[in-house]
Design a protein around this ligand. Structure first.
Ligand code: GSH
Length: 217
């Protein structure tokens, strides 16, 4: 049995979207954000207090890009996942990790110093610097999109989930003005996918059923 611990539109949206693209059945546990502070019992599930946490039976994972890689390799090789013998394998792994390590990291500083810290500790210079850092890091995505409609392997893969989630976070942080026309077009195509819409609907209905806020940030 697969089960996912999730906060609406947080990084755990990546595995949720992957589960929907793969058509898998799963349990969805919604948490208030940040769970480390607002749902302390969650520390027994993940001592870091971060989301996501995915269980596949007793096996536990807590890194969103790694979970997408795992789900795609296990349940969608050759479709959502790129296999080691495909020419797109290296670029696929690169884009999958670029989405988190390069595109999401600078945004976490923007999130922290615009919303999570108390007013007195907010630092506009950090926000400006890391917004610019994020915009600079988007150049890699622009280069990929000049060659293909997708970030790797010329088809929709888990790497698109990883990268497009970084764009979802950017819209939450109101950084979408930094998107080039090609990136804005890609982001629209990603949102138009049935799997994306199903993931959005799943978090909304689970939040209502479990009486957890469906919005944060
Ligand atoms: N690299 C990890 C980062 C996980 C992470 O920091 N998640 C954020 C939500 S987007 C979180 O749980 N923040 C709350 C906290 O740090 O207490 C991943 O990609 O899953």
């Amino acid at each position: 049995m697969l089960s996912l611990y999730h906060c609406a539109d947080a990084r755990s949206f990546r595995p949720l979207w992957a589960l929907e693209e793969l058509g898998l059945s799963y349990e969805l546990h919604m948490l208030p954000f940040p769970p480390r502070v607002r749902e302390k019992s969650y520390l027994e599930v993940n001592p870091l207090g971060t989301i996501p946490t995915l269980f596949d039976g007793a096996m536990r994972m807590t890194e969103s890009a790694a979970i997408c890689e795992y789900l795609a390799a296990r349940f969608g090789p050759g479709t959502l996942g790129v296999t080691v013998d495909e020419p797109g394998y290296g670029p696929y792994l690169n884009a999958l990790h670029y989405g988190e390590a390069t595109l999401t990291f600078p945004q976490t500083l923007v999130l922290r110093y615009t919303r999570l810290e108390p007013e007195a500790r907010r630092v506009p210079q950090v926000v400006e610097d890391y917004s610019n850092w994020f915009a600079g890091r988007l150049k890699g995505l622009d280069a990929l999109l000049s060659k293909s409609d997708f970030v790797a392997a010329d088809r929709f893969t888990a790497a698109d989930i990883s990268v497009a989630y970084a764009l979802l976070l950017a819209t939450t942080l109101r950084l979408e003005a930094r998107f080039s026309p090609a990136i804005a077009d890609y982001w629209q195509r990603m949102q138009d996918r049935d799997g994306f819409k199903r993931a959005k609907a799943a978090q909304q209905s689970a939040a209502e059923a479990q009486n957890v806020a469906a919005k944060w940030g």
